[in-house]
Design a protein around this ligand. Structure first.
Ligand SMILES: [Zn+2]
Length: 251
């Protein structure tokens, strides 16, 4: 049986007998794992469409032992990312995170939308890297069912205050009067505005906010800590991304 999917390859593994196994983040089937044959010419023919920077359409053959790639065609290539190592590692990290969070054969179309949106923003230099990273992390967790409550103070219901505290243990906000939780991060007004935009707006608007340098740092810390809290996992590509960014700061 032939199956058509659109999506982005998020990982590639070489298997015994030189076969390759790719994982595709698809629009409506979550992660789909699929084999590419041993034939070198065939591998080469699909190289562009199965790149992690290519949004492609795939025709898969579904057999008893899984999927096999039958055809693939690039629809959009995010070329602007390839020349920058830190952008590339950020994409590797997104892919690692997606593989960890998104289920096989079962996924919300929002996952792929978020990935495409983030690649587009990176490709076109629309936002600082730490903002793209924070938006991706927060929104991914939210789509996966780990939506923090950032609407108002859990104690008194206040929507506006000079500062709030984000409670990692209960994934909610407290104003400074109501806060007695321990595992918290302080967030200022502008950061909260950004946080609410990322989590509460429709997918087209998740990047439509800007923050000061301090606001970016605050949002980036919060999103990364929240990601660790949810996944309880270290990601290799994230460590490398951070090292590259540190090196560039020093230069
Ligand atoms: Zn309160």
């Amino acid at each position: 049986m032939l199956v058509e999917v659109t999506g982005i390859v998020v990982s590639e593994e070489t298997m015994p007998n030189d076969r390759k196994l790719i994982s595709i983040l698809t629009e409506d089937r979550g992660i789909v794992n699929c084999f590419i044959g041993v034939d070198k010419a065939e591998s080469a023919r699909f190289a562009a469409a199965t790149s992690i920077l290519s949004y492609s359409s795939f025709t898969l053959y579904k057999g008893r032992s899984g999927y096999r790639l039958n055809d693939a065609m690039t629809m959009k290539m995010f070329y602007g990312i390839t020349a920058f190592l830190e952008k590339l590692y950020l994409v590797y990290y997104f892919n690692e995170l997606v593989k960890y969070i998104v289920m096989e054969e079962d996924g919300d179309e929002e996952f792929l939308r978020l990935m495409l949106n983030s690649l587009y923003v990176l490709d076109n230099d629309k936002k600082p890297l730490l903002v793209v990273k924070a938006v991706f992390e927060l929104r991914l967790m939210a789509i996966a069912g780990y939506m923090p409550d950032v609407l108002a103070c859990r104690g008194c219901g206040a929507y506006e205050a000079d500062e709030f505290y984000f409670d990692y243990d209960n994934s909610c906000l407290w104003c400074s009067y109501c806060c007695s939780a321990e595992n918290t991060a302080r967030i200022h007004k502008e950061t909260l505005r950004g946080l609410r935009t990322v989590l509460l707006s429709e997918h087209k608007k998740i990047f439509s906010f800007s923050l000061s340098k301090n606001g970016i740092a605050e949002l980036a810390n919060l999103s990364e800590n929240y990601m660790y809290k949810v996944t309880e996992k270290q990601f290799k590509s994230l460590e490398i991304f951070k090292k590259i960014c540190d090196m560039e700061k020093k230069e």
